[in-house]
Write a protein that binds this ligand. Structure first.
Ligand SMILES: NC(=O)C1=CN([C@@H]2O[C@H](COP(=O)(O)OP(=O)(O)OC[C@H]3O[C@@H](n4cnc5c(N)ncnc54)[C@H](O)[C@@H]3O)[C@@H](O)[C@H]2O)C=CC1
Ligand SMILES: O=C(CO)COP(=O)(O)O
Length: 304
């Protein structure tokens, strides 16, 4: 049995708290509205899980820095986003702030609503510190949640983060009723685009063929439970982004991620054709139909 403190009482933080509780662990679920102080539980905590959205990561890091967290405490990050100021991933931010703590990325095809319903799912615990990843694997594995480990936290994290951009595109594709051929082409071309970005940032290409890459791409791009997919679907119905985000009342990380990704791609000269059309659509530069046409009419090239 371990003692976990989960920071962030949103959809994913709550589902992760339930999974760990059902395994017999002691779980403190802390959010900004909690009646207890974070400091009061942190010294006895074995594992801190940060389940806040990207916009809350910096504040959460600062809050934890103000406690006396032991360097032995494992920090698990499940946020799927990129920092607009630095383009860093959440695990990079955590590692910089807590250089002596083991940092583990937990990411995979894990739509929280399905997990809340007790449906089976698999995921990846990734860390440079394999023993920390294995501890998280043991704590979270159950008959409904199968956890694999790997030692590529950056690739694992970027798979979960970048697929949100394509989930928006997939929502547009389905909303416009472009058909199964178009959807298959979109998802297939998304994967090398994710790998191109990931490898340039230092991730391993193979990681993107696993659960946290292809697995999460398939889950998110094929489910109306995905908030990013829903953003794309509603854009295709002519709604404004502002209106959609207002109605969503929840986090769609792909919007911020697309903007940061395009900054990054421009700075480093990385070719990201699908993401670029998602960017133009989100920023009101083109219509969904124009985005499709722009992709179809790109200069012809070899597949690989
Ligand atoms: N819901 C899902 O199916 C999954 C979500 N994720 C990722 O987990 C992260 C959280 O997602 P959800 O729980 O679904 O979102 P949510 O919108 O339900 O909850 C976001 C949480 O972040 C907290 N937060 C935001 N700003 C904060 C701040 N400044 N200080 C402290 N806390 C702050 C909110 O209080 C809330 O608890 C996102 O990065 C998402 O991509 C990952 C896997 C599955
Ligand atoms: O990351 C997710 C599933 O793995 C959740 O997707 P959304 O954030 O699009 O809802």
């Amino acid at each position: 049995m371990a003692i976990l403190t989960i920071i962030g009482g949103g959809a994913w933080g709550s589902a992760l708290a339930n999974l760990a509780t059902k395994k017999g662990n002691q779980v403190h679920l802390w959010s900004r509205r909690s009646s207890f102080e974070l400091e009061s539980v942190i010294t006895s905590t074995d594992i801190v899980v940060s389940a806040v959205s990207m916009k809350g990561v910096a504040a959460t890091v600062d809050r934890l820095l103000a406690t006396n967290l032991s360097p032995n405490t494992i920090i698990v990050t499940v946020t799927k986003g990129l920092d607009p100021a630095t383009t860093n991933t959440p695990s990079q931010i955590w590692q910089t702030a807590f250089p002596h703590n083991p940092i583990v990325v937990l990411s995979g095809p894990n739509l929280s609503e399905e997990i809340r319903q007790g449906l089976p799912a698999a995921t990846v615990a990734a860390s440079f510190d394999l023993s920390a990843a294995k501890q998280v694997q043991n704590i979270y594995s159950s008959e409904i949640f199968r956890v694999y480990v790997n030692q590529d936290p950056l690739g694992t994290e970027l798979g979960g983060t970048l697929k949100n951009v394509f989930a928006i595109a997939a929502g547009v594709c389905d909303g416009l009723q472009l058909g199964t051929n178009a959807k298959s082409a979109l998802l297939t071309r998304a994967l090398p685009e994710m790998i191109r970005v990931g490898v340039r940032l230092g991730a391993q290409a193979e990681t993107f063929y696993g659960l946290s890459g292809l697995g999460d791409l398939l889950a998110t791009c094929n489910s109306s439970l995905s908030r990013n997919y829903r953003v794309g679907f509603r854009l295709s119905q002519g709604k404004s982004l502002e209106e959609i985000l207002q109605e969503l009342q929840s986090t769609a990380e792909g919007v911020n991620t697309t903007n940061v990704l395009i900054d990054l791609a421009n700075q480093r000269g990385i070719e990201v054709p699908v993401s670029r059309q998602v960017y133009r659509l989100l920023n009101g530069e083109i219509t969904p139909e124009q985005a499709v046409l722009a992709l179809m009419e790109r200069a012809l090239k070899p597949e690989i």
